[in-house]
Design a protein around this ligand. Structure first.
Ligand code: DOR
Ligand code: ZN
Length: 430
């Protein structure tokens, strides 16, 4: 079937394109881009006033299936992804059972194909059961489609074990994505150690608990040559280490989340809002500013959500008892458009690099670009749409956003995966 997208501003820095034009799609691929295109028969959509970009990709989400479907499942999580403008997502393996063998990889692929509204980029655990002790079946998982490895949710405590993970992964040119957390330093830390932990009377989660593992893993990257991706980086010093590693030529990349860019420890008030309890914790204003600088100068490679859905009853507890994490898939793009693009801090080209181009490159997914021959994974944005983040408006099962009540400008209205609409005019296509 042919599909014609007419009259949008089409932007793709990969091919130096930024103009109002038409896109013709057939059999899941872009066949032509140009003005005043015609076709014999097919579906035509007038997208004037909208912006079309290569489909957005989020390489750090939690879909909770199998095992925690009360929080989210692959059906609801991929709908949340499409609603937020994403065409592909990489779910972390901290499920129950943990995705640490070929069967687990096949399971998420199969459920994703049967019920999903976004492509699934499979990620396997580094260690069996996320215990940090024994290697998972990495080679077998790669044979079944794993594109990355991560023990996310936990840091791998033993440097020798981390070395083995990287020695093994490098053979397949598969990136190891690391959640940097030294348990001996972090312990039961709840919020950033310093002003916030003192003010709130909660145990501190020190910046050094993250930075020590970043330093160690960069050293192990140098030793093994394995592609290393630092997940949800939060501190100015951590980012400085990544900047240096890149200057040295090491295969190191890193990601930030909207919540670490746009919220700080100061946001946690006397209400002890559990939606703001995340791991790693919200840091200082200076840290957030350093992260934004990294987004501008290229030290930060991509923006991810760490979409971490939890039930209302799990979050409606004392701060110390509530689980870490906030949702993100349905607010990420709008937050970036509102706080970075509209403010002129970055332009659309940089946003596309951060949210579409580089995430694909990190997990070695085929590039999607706006030119004939490319897969038609596309995100359509209404740059003028104003909306307020509200409970009850999410496709996710969960409501634990840290941005409830914020009014944002710009959002995805339509999403195409392989030429098929997963979202049209703001509603998921069933
Ligand atoms: O806040 C977080 N929540 N950080 C993580 O690393 C894990 C995640 C989760 O699984 O809930
Ligand atoms: Zn994590």
């Amino acid at each position: 079937m042919a599909l014609m997208l007419k009259g949008a501003r089409v932007i793709d820095p990969q091919v130096g394109l930024d103009e109002v034009t038409d896109i013709l799609i057939r059999d899941g691929k872009i066949v032509e881009i140009g003005t005043n295109l015609t076709m014999e028969k097919g579906v035509e959509r007038d997208l004037s006033g909208k912006i079309i970009v290569p489909g957005l990709v989020d390489i750090h989400v939690h879909l909770r299936e199998p095992g925690f479907e009360q929080k989210e499942d692959i059906a609801s999580g991929t709908r949340a992804a499409a609603h937020g403008g994403f065409t592909a997502i990489c779910p972390m393996p901290n499920t129950d059972p943990v995705i640490d063998d070929a069967l687990g990889i096949e399971f998420i692929k199969a459920v994703g194909e049967a019920k999903g509204k976004a492509r699934i980029i499979p990620c396997g655990a580094c260690s069996q059961g996320l215990k940090g002790e024994t290697l998972s079946e990495m080679g077998n998982m790669v044979a079944h489609g794993a594109k990355a490895f991560s023990d996310d949710g936990k840091g791998i405590q033993d440097a020798g074990m981390m070395r083995r993970v990287m020695d093994y992964a490098v053979q397949f040119d598969v990136p190891v994505m690391v959640h940097c957390q030294d348990d001996a330093l972090v312990g039961e830390g709840q919020v950033n150690e310093g002003v916030a932990s003192t003010r709130l009377g909660l145990l501190g989660w020190p910046a050094e608990g993250e930075e020590i593992e970043i330093a160690r893993d960069i050293a192990l990257c140098r030793l093994t040559g394995c592609p290393l991706h630092i997940q949800h980086i939060t501190t100015a010093r951590g980012l400085a280490m990544v900047r240096e590693a890149k200057a040295e030529g090491l295969p190191v990349t890193c990601e930030v989340t909207p919540h670490h860019l746009f919220l700080t420890e100061d946001a946690i008030g006397p209400e002890y809002q559990t939606a703001l309890k995340v791991n790693p914790p919200l840091r200082t204003k200076e840290d957030a500013q350093a992260l934004i600088q990294g987004v501008i100068d290229g030290t930060v490679d991509c923006i991810v959500t760490d979409h971490a859905p939890h039930t209302d009853w799990e979050k409606d507890r004392e701060f110390e008892l509530a689980p870490f994490g906030m949702t993100g898939l349905e607010t990420s793009l709008s937050l970036v458009l509102t706080h970075l693009v509209s403010e002129g801090i970055i332009d659309y080209n940089r946003m596309i690099e951060l949210m579409a181009v580089t995430p694909r490159a990190i997990v070695r997914e085929e590039a999607v670009s706006l030119q004939p021959g490319s897969t038609a994974d596309l995100t359509v944005i209404d740059p003028e749409a104003e909306w307020t983040v509200e409970v009850g408006e999410f496709y996710s099962k969960a409501n634990n956003s840290g941005f409830i009540g914020q009014t944002l400008k710009g959002r995805a209205t339509d999403v195409y995966v392989g030429g098929y609409a997963t979202m049209e005019d703001g509603a998921i296509v069933e």
